[in-house]
Design a protein around this ligand. Structure first.
Ligand SMILES: [Zn+2]
Length: 66
């Protein structure tokens, strides 16, 4: 996957409260539901994909926004 500026713009066009909700509802294989931090925005087909770190264990987590 490549970082995607268009996907990042689409992501930033979401209202901030919706973005906060999505950032805070990410699944980590170690911690369960967690918050994503230090993420970059990618795209996969037409979906926005956030790839970053779990707020708790700092493992890599991915959130697809469809
Ligand atoms: Zn975790």
């Amino acid at each position: 996957m490549q970082k995607d500026e268009l996907a990042e713009r689409r992501w930033k066009a979401f209202p901030s409260d919706i973005r906060k909700n999505l950032e805070g509802n990410v699944y980590c294989s170690n911690c369960g539901v967690t918050k994503i931090v230090n993420y970059d925005v990618y795209s996969s087909d037409y979906d926005i994909v956030l790839k970053g770190q779990c707020n708790k264990c700092h493992d890599t987590v991915v959130r697809v926004i469809d």
